[in-house]
Every structure is written in C-alpha cells, then in structure tokens.
Design a protein around this ligand. Structure first.
Ligand SMILES: [Zn+2]
Length: 1059
C-alpha cells in the first residue's frame, strides 16, 4: 500500500534531495555513493620526470621507474610522464569501465600514440572511458601514457591565483584505478541536480518550483540506491517533468560549447600548446559522443600550434569542422588586446587569422570573438566590416566597476559610422557549467528582453582551458524545452546571430568605444613590453615600406614575404590580451622580450638588405642612405654615425642636398653632414638673453634656469627641470597655465582591490604627491647648433631616480623629453603632468586610424569612470585657436582632468609578476603648443615623426644621387600608413597601400606615385579586389575620396621590371 501523503516542509524536502546526491554526506547509502561500482588498482604504474616538454615519441622511450599513487613530483613547469599498464577484470564483462585518475597537475591521456583525453581535476575531468560496455572477446589489457604537467589549470600561483608562481611546487597523483561506472545512476544524478536547481532558482513564489521539488522528492522515495531495478520508475518521474513543454513565447538560449584558453598568462606560451591539445582532444570526444554538440574555437595561433605539434588532432578538428560541430570563430590570430595594438596591427590580426582559417578550414570566420578583453577600440567595427565580419561577441563589459552597460544585444557603431551587431552573453560569463541557475540568470539579466528573444550561453571551463564536460552537455540537452524555463538549444554562432539578426528592428545603437571601467592599469603595466610593441610596429612598418620600394626599383630583389609573416605573427602573438597588457607572469614577459628581440634583429637585417637593393647600380656618392618612411616631407635634425662609433648631428632639409622626400630616400654623403651643424640652429640661451635666431650666444645660466628657443617655441625650465613657460614664439602665446609648472612628476599610491597588474583605482588620485627636485641640478647639455638641450637629475624616492634631457631642435615644433628612470618601487604609480593654459570640456586622444574625444570633467558616473584612459601616440587639449599636444614614443596610459594633461609612465604592481617594471627605463615624450586646431597645426605628423625617426642606413654601394620619392598624398588629412607586398602577388609585383583619413573630415585627395604602376584597384582589408574594378590612373596619380576616419586599401600592380 502506498504511503499516505505527508505535509512537506520546503527546506527539509530540498535538503533531503541534496543529501541524496551529495558527494560529501551519506555517500555510504545515497545515490552519489553508487556512481562507481567495483574498482581495482592499475596493474603497473611507472613514471619519468623531465624539465622539458617532450614530444610523445621521445618521451615514451625514456627510462620509466616504478611509481605509486601518492608519489610527489615537480617542481613547477616540469613534466611527469606515467606509463599505466592495466588489466580489466574478466568479471566486468558487460559493464562500462573507466580509468579514474586524479591529479593536481593537468594530464593528457595518450593511447596508441595519439592524445585521446585531458584529465584535469579542476576541470572536472577525472575519468577516462576505457569501454562503454566490455565485450567478452575485447582485449582487457592495455598500456596508456598520461603526460602530467607540473601546473594546474590556472598555473602555479603561490597562495592565490594571481600571485607570482611558486617555482618549487610539488604535484601528486592521488588516484589511478579502474572502476565500473553506473550510467543509470549518473543520469538520475543529473536529473535530480537540475530539479534542485529549478526549485531553488524559481523559488517559493513559483508553482513550477514546487513541481520540481516534489518530483525530486518522489524520485528519492521510489529510488533505492542499492537496487538498480528501482531506477526506471524514478527516471520516468523525471522524464515526465522535463517533458512538460513551455509556450511559444519562451526565450531561447543558444548554448555554445567554448573553452577560453589564454594564449599565455599565468603559464608560458609553451604550456598553452599543451593546454590546447588537452582541451580540444576532449572536445573531439564530446563531439563524437554528442552529434548535436557544437564547439566554438577562437585564435588561429592556437590552432596553428596544434597543427604543427599534434597533426592527428588537427585532422580530427578539420573533420568536425566539415560536419559543422567544430566552428572556428573570431577571425584573428590571437584574442588580442582591444586597445593597445596599432590600427595596422589590428588589421594584421584579422588578415593572418582569416587567411589561416580559410586555408585550414575552408572558410573565413563570420564573427569577431573577444570575450575576455579589456575594452574595445572605436575603430574595430570598421576593421571588422572590411575583414568580412559584421557580428561581434564579448562579455567583458559586465566587469564594469561603475556603470552597468545598458545592452546585451545592440548595434555597435564605430568611429567612421560602420556598424556591427554586438552580443554580450547576458549570463556575464564565458565559462558556464550548464546549471539551471545560469540559465535563469541569462534571461533575467538580459537588458534587451522585449527587443530580442535570444541569448548566447557559452559553456565550458575556461581561461586555463579545460572546456565543456559531458555533464554540462547532458544538463543542457535535458533543459531543451521545459515549462517554466527558457528553451535551451545546442547552437552554433551562426544560428545565434541569424536569430538575433532576424529580429533586430528594435535594437538600440551604441556609438563609439566600448570602454571597460576596470583594468585601466594595463595601459601602463610592463613598460618594456609596451615599448617593444611600439618599436616592433615601427620596425615592421619600415621594413615593409623599404622592401616594397626595393621591389619596385630592383628586378633582382626578393620581397621577404615568408620571414615578414613570421615576424608579424610573433608581434601579433605578443598582443594577446594578457601579454601586451602586462598582466602575465615573468616567464611570459621574458618570452615576449625574446620575440621583440627577434623582430629587431631580423628587422635590421631586412632593412639592410632592402637598402642594398636600393643602392645597387645607381650612380652616386658612397655614404649614408637617409630614408624617410613617412608620407610627408621632413626637415629634421638627426644623429649620424661617425667612424669610431660616435655620432654627429646632421640636418635633413626640405630642399637641396640631404632633402628627405616623402616616403622616399636620398643620399647623404658624410662630408656634407659633418658640416651640417653650421646651419642655423636651435640654441640654448640664458633666461634673459634676447631671442635672436641668427646670433645665438652660448648657453649660460644666471638664475639657474635655462631657456631653449628655436624661433618656433621657447621653453623655460626652472632650476629643478620643471617647465615654467612654453611660448609659441610667433604669437607670444603662453601654453603653461598661470602660476603652474609643467613637466611635474607625480607619485601616487597604487594599491588596487585585487587585480594588481590590471587595476588602478579612482582613489589613487587622492594620494597625489609631486616629486620635488633640488635647485641647481639643471645643466646645459648640447650647446646650440642644430640642437639645444638641458638636462637634470631627479630623486623620485630613496630608491628610484630619474634623469632627463630636454631637447629642442632647429625647425622642430615640439620639445622632447628624453627620460631615463631607475625604478625600484612597490605599488606606486609615476606620472608626469602639464597644466595647460587651455580650457575645454573635452580632450582628444589618438586611437587606431583616428582619434576621439573624452571628457575632462567628472560630471556623470560615465565621465568619472574614465579617470585613466588610453591613447596611442598623442593627446591634445585645445580651445578655439590654440592647444597643447602631448606626444609619446611608447606610452599608452593617459588622462586629462580639467586643464592638466597627464601621461602615465610607470607602475609597480607585484602580481602576477613580482619583478615587473623594476629597473631601468628609457622613453621620450614631447610637448607641442600650437595655433588653430591640432589637425591644421600638424600634431598628427609630428607624433608620427617622433615615432618614426629618419633612417640613416649605411649604403653598401653607391646611393642614389638624387632624392627620390615613391608616393605623395595631396591632402594633409590623408595618411598613407602602410606599403607592403600584397598577400597574393603574381610575380611578386603587386603592392598593397593602406591609407586613412586622420582629421575626421570628408576629404578628396590625389595619390601620386613615381613607381611604374600598371593597374590600381581598391580592395578590402583582406585584400580582396573591389568588384567595381580598377581605378582611373592618370599621369601616375589617382583620385581617392575619404569619409571621416575611413580606411582604404589599394592594390597597385607594378609593371614588369626592365631586364
Ligand atoms: Zn583571457
């Protein structure tokens, strides 16, 4: 007779079911305790320990010694290989048998020479299915290898996750045994956990919640864990509940398998190679077992690693890509930082990425995928559109500390007006587990409910890899359509975005950058990485330009396309969102510095090779080849090498010998240059000396101050090196605020709430301490001629000091500050400030292929949250008719509050790299007062000049006798940014030119070239020809029309070289 219905108390009923599935309590009699049946140890375990990451074939030939469960091994970053010999007992015929393996190091199972599954305790993968059902005739003896890395899923932080790694950590295998797995118990556990989730998630106000709880309770009533024959009745109860369908209006959740693998972060790049294998081989297994399971995989670099290290796995991924289960997404080489890489670098991320995806998987990606990056440049929509992408997914803006972003699905409009459809998974995570709580949160949090009825749900362990589990897939499959819950669909990115696009009529538009109100320290942390990034961007720019010119002028020259691709890929790799941001461990930073060094040394070799080709066969004097890699004429002072390693200062004039044409080159024979300093000069003079350009007195100091004057600007430094006056000579206009001083170094306490390398908090501004120098330290450096300078020392603190040379060249519209810092601090932030005699509610900052404005006040919480922002080579504060620009050669952190321009110089966080930024630094910033707008005053070319010094290359042969220019552009608003060989270049004779409109204006211009061009055609950023066909080429020039901040690319087919 059935038991009489009992009154049910909510909490006791709920907890009763929880105890029935608990892995902690009552496992002697509950259902969880029956998940595994009989077990037996593995027949034999042996191991081999190595500091290297060996390939399988090499590893298995090593000397394996007997090992036991519980043995310790290490230290951090080593690898322990286990040979596991096992024999399944005959009595287990008919059963599902697992190898249960638990270790605190990340494991990878190898079977018959191929990787088959990752084993990661933190990623909830602790058993490997040996057989679904052991047959009578199946072999029962087997040898497996398990490669265990001496690091966890998130590295080896000492004490806390983001603490610097503990180099001496030891690891352990705590379980290695065979066991019978009870699949029927597992299914009941999944159902009961989901029912508990529904009961808790919907709560006591909801009738469906009670139905879930009472169903679970009844399942416990009918189910006897010791008697499997009772399970089907319980299963039927669950199926009845989950089979009760929802209505037509249910929200649809698109569950996408994903595995965020940071390309390097708390572990080195080389470990990421193995993380990819461990994670994706497990995904392959899931795709095999679950034909409806779809996995979205980003970052071409990681796939390239797998292609070269694990070709078998790569072939499987290609196979599942054909089936539509493995979906490459993102289109980029790595998930790069969204702020710091230059415009050209951003383009190359997509170019290298999309080319790889097309080559290896047959098609380019149709969505940009950047779930975990610290803000998104306003130029990304245009770049995406021109790379074949009009969909964007991220979720990081949910980390905003101050303002909650108002949308999850919206159109994102970039600087030039390009739009893409953006979606943020509303569950605010890219590492969901498939729980009911997350499913409910996804709908509840969606800010665009009513506008759209679809949300993404990315599931799978992430950051350190791991990826989805079978349990996650089973949960989500069970929730496909149940009354009271949103509908859950295992989906592809294509299905998700197609659904969103299908109902986009009500969606709102967000214009401009997606600024992350957190992690604003990443613009400054790890100054050497930032410097390496900027420098290598310049080197690759120069090498490509010079090689292109050599290609055009020399029939023999071979464009170094393959090597340049390798170098670009190295740079793109370091632009990963935990590397260029400085939020990585020391090991990664060291690897990045090696990559920069590779780019530098190869870059120099390539520059020499191109210079040699340019000089060959030309009549002219021996000497130096002066190359201007920028598209406008320049008149600059430059240091020229002299025999014996010394330098002399030379002057490159706009006209005459040494003239440096735009994008061109000229010869610069030594005798001319040694006399160059006789030219009219920048001079150094005393504070009260008259400003007479023609007859400068030698520099003197009367009151300890120094004045530099080049006839364009006049700079006065006080006896401690601070700027007391900066005057635009022609108008007499003073740029420094009244009663204030510029070039003021300031120190802040810099202790964030948790994310040390990442975050600088608003409250740091309350700890501002000006660094005061000692009078009398200012001295005259270079005494007039073409260059005048003064220098001083500044003790920043008992441990840190700074020296600076303030340099003014003849003809130069800005004053440069060459700075050397010896930095030994903990949790301090060094900035330099310039209070300007300018009033404006907004300041302008350079971004990729353009610039944008941000407020100089803290009116609203959105303004205030941008107390620390990023910029590329320049920032400017202007009022009508006048402004002050601050240029830099390797910095990114900046701010303007009120009238004070501030450049962020150095930080001193201690996690995850305890040594970051300690030691010597060199950098240059410059100050440029100007009349009119910064556009008309030439701030943009000035910032380029600071970043792209004229090249003085030793000419191996006769240098061209006459100055020669390859390209010129008729409008100052249009910048010719890139000249390179086209990716597809028949006979190697097609060049790619990239230009952009830099003023924010509609501009028509003529592009003139002296190269023998046969055909010119516009193309997109992937270099696909414009179907409209070739442009009209007349007298070696062609007309281009630009809209504000538009980027245009052009293919120039060169005529065949004369034999
Ligand atoms: Zn990440």
């Amino acid at each position: 007779m059935a038991a009489a219905p009992a009154l049910k108390h909510w909490r006791t009923t709920l907890e009763r079911v929880e105890k029935f599935v608990s892995p902690l309590y009552f496992t002697d009699c509950n259902l969880r305790g029956r998940l595994f049946g009989d077990s037996c140890p593995v027949a034999e375990l042996s191991s081999f320990l190595t500091p290297e990451r060996l390939p399988y074939q090499e590893a298995v030939q090593q000397d394996f010694r007997p090992a036991q469960v519980g043995d310790s091994f290490g230290p951090t970053w080593w690898t322990c290989w286990f040979r596991v010999e096992l024999t399944i007992p005959e009595a287990w015929v008919g059963q599902e048998v697992h190898l249960r393996w638990e270790s605190d190091g990340e494991g990878l199972v190898w079977r018959d020479g191929e990787p088959v599954q990752g084993l990661t305790k933190e990623g909830e993968k602790t058993s490997y299915i040996l057989t679904d059902k052991l047959g009578e005739k199946d072999p029962r003896s087997l040898t497996l290898y398990v490669e265990v890395a001496c690091n966890g899923l998130l590295g080896a932080g000492k004490g806390s996750m983001i603490a610097a790694p503990d180099p001496e950590k030891v690891f352990q295998v705590s379980r290695a045994e065979l066991a019978v797995f009870h699949r029927d118990v597992y299914k009941l556990l999944v159902d009961l956990e989901l029912l508990l989730g529904i009961a808790k998630g919907l709560g006591e106000d909801n009738q469906r919640s009670f139905q879930a709880l009472y169903t679970a309770n009844q399942m416990v009533n009918v189910c006897d864990p010791a008697q499997p024959e009772t399970f089907p009745v319980a299963q039927a109860l669950a199926s009845k509940f989950f089979g009760q369908r929802g209505g037509e209006s249910q929200h649809t959740i698109h569950a996408l398998g994903h595995c965020h693998i940071d390309t390097a972060w708390l572990w080195p790049f080389k470990e990421t190679v193995r993380k990819c294998a461990r994670s994706w081989v497990t995904v392959v297994q899931l795709m095999e077992r679950n034909p409806e399971f779809i996995f979205a995989c980003s970052q071409a670099q990681q796939l390239e690693w797998v292609r070269s290290h694990y070709p078998g796995l790569h072939a499987r991924l290609q196979e599942f890509a054909c089936r539509g289960q493995f979906v490459p997404v993102g289109g980029t080489w790595v998930e790069m930082d969204g702020n710091l890489p230059s415009g050209e670098s951003m383009v190359r991320q997509f170019l290298q990425g999309q080319n790889f995806f097309r080559q290896e998987f047959g098609k380019i990606c149709s969505e940009f995928w950047l779930p975990d990056t610290f803000g998104y440049s306003a130029q990304l929509p245009q770049i995406m559109r021109s790379c074949g992408i009009k969909r964007f997914l991220t979720q990081k803006l949910s980390w905003n500390l101050v303002n909650s972003f108002p949308h999850h699905t919206f159109f994102w409009e970039g600087l030039d007006g390009s739009q893409v459809l953006a979606h943020f998974p509303p569950g605010d995570s890219y590492g969901m587990q498939g729980s009911v709580e997350e499913v409910l949160k996804t709908v509840a949090k969606n800010r665009d409910k009513g506008r759209t009825n679809h949300s993404a749900f990315l599931f799978g362990f992430g950051d350190g890899g791991g990826g989805p589990t079978q349990t996650m897939v089973d949960r989500l499959k069970r929730l496909c359509n149940t009354d009271g819950l949103p509908r859950v669909q295992l989906s592809s990115p294509e299905q998700l975005f197609a659904a969103l696009e299908g109902h986009s009529g009500q969606l709102c538009t967000w214009v401009g950058e997606l600024f992350l109100e957190l992690h604003n320290g990443t613009y400054t942390t790890h100054a050497q990485i930032k410097k390496g990034n900027r420098e290598c961007e310049r080197i690759l720019h120069d090498v490509e330009l010079l090689s292109s010119l050599a290609l055009a002028r020399s029939a023999q020259f071979l464009y170094p396309a393959a090597l340049l691709q390798d170098l670009w890929r190295l740079l793109l790799l370091t632009q990963f969102h935990d590397v260029v941001t400085g939020s990585c461990i020391q090991l990664v930073a060291e690897e990045a510095m090696c990559h920069y060094e590779d780019i530098r040394s190869h870059g120099n070799t390539l520059l020499s090779a191109a210079a040699a080709a340019l000089c060959a066969g030309e009549p002219g004097p021996e000497g130096l080849l002066i190359v201007n890699t920028l598209p406008w004429k320049r008149t600059e002072v430059l240091a020229l090498p002299r025999p014996g390693g010394a330098h002399c200062l030379g002057m490159s004039w706009g006209e005459g010998p040494g003239h440096c044409p735009r994008h061109g080159l000229c010869s610069c024979p030594r005798p001319h240059l040694t006399t160059a300093p006789a030219a009219p000069a920048a001079c150094v003079r005393s504070a009260r000396a008259p400003a007479d350009l023609a007859s400068r007195p030698p520099p003197t100091k009367t009151d300890g101050s120094v004045t530099l004057d080049n006839g364009i600007i006049r700079v006065r430094l006080d006896p401690t090196g601070r700027l007391t006056s900066l005057v635009l000579v022609a108008s007499g206009r003073e740029a420094i605020a009244e009663g204030a001083v510029g070039n003021q170094f300031v120190l802040f306490d810099d202790v964030p709430l948790y994310w040390d390398a990442w975050d600088v908090m608003d409250y740091h501004l309350e700890t501002r301490k000006p660094v005061l120098g000692q009078a009398g330290t200012l001295a005259v450096g270079t005494e007039g001629g073409v260059r005048g300078s003064a220098w001083f020392l500044l003790q920043i603190s008992p441990n840190s000091r700074l020296s600076q040379e303030v340099v003014l060249d003849v003809g130069c519209p800005y004053v440069r500050f060459h700075t050397e810092v010896h930095w030994h601090e903990a949790h301090k932030f060094l900035k330099v400030e310039f209070p300007a005699r300018v009033r404006s509610p907004q300041a302008t900052y350079e971004v990729q292929f353009g610039h944008l404005q941000r407020p100089t006040h803290y009116n609203t919480s959105w303004d205030w949250a941008r107390f620390e922002v990023w910029a590329h080579r320049w920032m400017d504060l202007s009022e009508h008719g006048f402004g002050l620009a601050l240029l830099n050669d390797c910095k990114y952190g900046a701010s303007v509050r009120g009238n004070v321009l501030s450049l962020s110089l150095l930080r001193a966080p201690k996690s995850p790299d305890a040594t970051v930024d300690m030691g010597r630094h060199e950098f240059t910033y410059a100050l440029m007062p100007h009349k009119g707008s910064f556009q008309d005053a030439g701030v943009i070319p000035a910032a380029y000049s600071l970043n792209f010094p004229l090249l003085a290359l030793p000419a191996p042969g006769p240098a061209p006798a006459a100055a020669w220019s390859a390209f010129s552009v008729s409008s100052p608003a249009v910048v010719l940014e890139t000249v390179k060989q086209a990716e597809t270049s028949p006979q190697g004779r097609t060049l790619l030119l990239r230009l952009y409109e830099a003023h924010g204006s509609h501009s028509d211009c003529w592009l003139h070239t002296s190269l023998p061009v046969q055909e010119a055609v516009l193309c997109d950023l992937l270099e696909r020809r414009d179907p409209a066909g070739p442009l009209l080429l007349q007298d070696n020039r062609l007309k281009l029309a630009f809209t504000p901040f538009q980027v245009q690319s052009l293919l120039l087919v060169l005529q065949p070289p004369p034999n």
